[in-house]
Design a protein around this ligand. Sequence first.
Ligand SMILES: Nc1ncnc2c1ncn2[C@@H]1O[C@H](COP(=O)(O)OP(=O)(O)O)[C@@H](O)[C@H]1O
Ligand SMILES: [Mg+2]
Length: 256
Amino acid sequence: MTFTIAVSGKGGTGKTAITALLVKALGKRVDGPMLVVDADPNSNLNEALGIDAKRTIGDIRERFLKNKESLPPEQPKDEYLNYLIQSSIIEGEDFDMMIMGRPEGPGCYCYLNNILRKIIDSTSQHYPLVLIDTEAGLEHFSRRTTKDLDLLLVVTDPTVRGAMTAKRIKELCKELHIKVGRIFLIINRMSPQLEGRIDGIAKTSGIELGGIVPEDSLIQQFDIKGDSLLNLPENSPALKAIDDLVERVLLRLIAA
Ligand SMILES: Nc1ncnc2c1ncn2[C@@H]1O[C@H](COP(=O)(O)OP(=O)(O)O)[C@@H](O)[C@H]1O
Ligand SMILES: [Mg+2]
């Protein structure tokens, strides 16, 4: 059985940073490889994880459309696509990674997109744990064949706008018929002066508070230098908060 975790939230609130910290915290504690999916077209999760981007699913779609006429007729198209997808998966130390890249065009290439989605879903099912860095619009999920999510972590900064987007994301799940097992709010970039806002932010979002991640200058420094967040020292306050979230909440849910 695959346990699927998605990280969503308004752009710039720290989804990619939190996803990278989760890779680090979960990688140490969970047996078996995990599949990390970068499903935010504006994301650069691979950089946060210190790996070079290979071909994205978007690239595969384009390449297939360009070459499909010249494919040998005896080669089944879905086999060829499966081959392209498998070879686009990047193998990291504790995890494998798939990058979605450019989103699908509106309504076009339906047949091809259906095949791609089926291959992605069946690939995901080979992993005990799938972790997805996704965009606030949840585009990726609205199109998947399997829409179930075991856990949705909605990241917000300590602002009303972030909390409103979080609320909207929760509503979107209903509208898009995405079945979510549990949903938690993560307030990121918390500082002591802003602690008075915690209750208000959680209330505005309408989502149960799962954890609070402090402002951590190490994350900024690592991002500026382009260093992998997997190399953050154990005393990084943000990493400690994510370690705590994993120990306190996630491991129990994953094991259940
Ligand atoms: N806890 C944190 N402390 C300090 N800076 C952070 C923290 N979380 C994220 N950042 C910074 O905020 C910016 C946006 O983070 P990012 O993860 O790219 O957001 P998103 O993926 O939601 O767009 C980055 O420059 C990152 O370094
Ligand atoms: Mg991002």
